[in-house]
Design a protein around this ligand. Structure first.
Ligand SMILES: Cc1cc2nc3c(=O)[nH]c(=O)nc-3n(C[C@H](O)[C@H](O)[C@H](O)COP(=O)(O)O)c2cc1C
Length: 363
């Protein structure tokens, strides 16, 4: 049966009224202590008509932070601060998962009180830079994680996941996409390890499957999702073998029966179709027809659903700029355009002041 955006669907035990997911988006408006503010509650609540909201990336530890003014879930104050967001979303009738993101080598000593080096599977620098209020800084060569670091990091992920549930989130999405720590273990240009976490496909997927298993045990598999971006070069990732790697990973994840897999598609529908065949559970697709098609369009989302390749679709920039995206789609638009200058950091401008269609019409 062909599904449309407005057919309800059950994902991880949650009843979603539509298949239109809000993709995770970092907005850099937390306090220096990693606390989200009331404004974040307003922003997410404005978008509560999404079938499911995935939050911005949230660091599970001090060393997991990769950018200025991103929120955390690694202490009691941060957990309490999220409560105002989850309450606001639930009051508005929505559902929200927390995206837990350890940035790995996409970190910088300037972000950590003890000036530590960021951690990564191997000592391979990203070649990227950190944006700071004082200008751009080169990412340093990260410190290769020891076996003890790996165990401690898994514990950080599970603690953050427990905090997410304590804060009222409906579940967590582990960020395995876009070149951050989990992806750094998967990719063969960032993982040069010679122990049981590196080398073969079976070894490179080990850390990810261990994190998923630990988080599932802590909060329930039905509240655990993961985001993946097979073949995506973002943050200087080069994967020589995406198809076999992700097929193997999804086959292993299928044994754990988690809530969903969320794929950032890089224009390769053939690859998505192969991965779909290896993953019998719920799939959310961030649909891109070509590698550089940004933002994804409503048409691409509709086409992906109608093709049957996915159960739900996620959109980023369109939700950012259109708090009432679902209502706008129902009437065929028009859509506000996302202002890139206010994506990262700032105040309510470009955050909570995008108008709904009703506001535009009545103005
Ligand atoms: C401002 C902004 C911040 C983003 N932050 C995140 C993030 O924290 N985690 C993540 O997985 N993806 C992040 N993304 C990627 C989006 O989730 C999405 O995959 C991307 O925007 C492509 O989808 P779209 O074309 O519908 O916008 C971000 C994108 C934007 C525009």
């Amino acid at each position: 049966m062909v599904s449309t955006l407005f057919d309800p669907v059950t994902i991880g035990g949650l009843q979603l009224p539509n298949r239109l997911v809000m993709a995770p988006m970092t907005r850099n408006r937390a306090t220096p202590e990693g606390l989200v503010t009331e404004l974040a509650g307003e922003y997410y609540a404005q978008r509560a008509s999404a079938g499911l909201i995935i939050s911005e990336g949230i660091q599970p530890s001090v060393i997991g932070q990769g950018y200025f003014l991103t929120p955390g879930l690694h202490n009691a104050e941060q957990t309490d601060a999220w409560r105002q967001v989850t309450d606001a979303v639930h009051r508005a009738g929505g559902r929200i998962f927390a995206q837990i993101n350890h940035c790995g080598r996409i970190g910088h000593p300037a972000l950590y009180p003890d000036n530590a080096l960021p951690l990564a599977p191997s000592a391979v620098a990203s070649g990227e830079q950190l944006f700071t209020p004082d200008g751009m800084l080169d990412h340093p060569t990260p410190r290769e994680m020891t076996t003890e670091d790996i165990a401690a990091t898994i514990t950080d992920f599970t603690a953050a996941a427990r905090n997410a549930i304590a804060a009222g989130f409906d579940g967590v999405e582990l960020h395995g996409a876009n070149g951050y720590l989990l992806h750094q273990f998967l990719a063969d240009n960032t993982n040069l390890r010679t122990d049981s976490y590196g080398g073969s496909v079976a070894n490179r997927i080990r850390f990810v499957t261990e994190v998923v298993a630990a988080v599932s045990e802590a909060i329930g598999a039905d509240r655990t999702g993961i985001r993946l971006s097979p073949g995506n070069p973002f943050n200087h990732i080069e994967e020589s073998d995406p198809a076999p790697l992700y097929v193997e990973l999804l086959t292993k994840l299928a044994e754990q029966d988690i809530a969903y897999v969320h794929i950032v598609e890089g224009g390769d529908r053939e690859l998505t179709t192969k991965l779909r065949a290896a993953w019998p559970g719920s799939l959310i697709l961030n649909p891109h027809r070509t590698p550089d098609a940004f933002p994804a369009t409503v048409e691409a989302a509709e086409e992906a659903l109608e093709s049957g390749v996915t159960d739900a679709v996620s959109l980023g920039a369109l939700w950012l700029a259109n708090p009432d995206l679902d209502a706008r789609i129902k009437v065929g638009g028009p859509y506000n355009t996302a202002d890139q200058a206010t994506f990262y950091g700032g105040d309510s401008a470009g955050y909570t002041d995008y108008p709904t269609l009703d506001q535009v019409t009545s103005a």
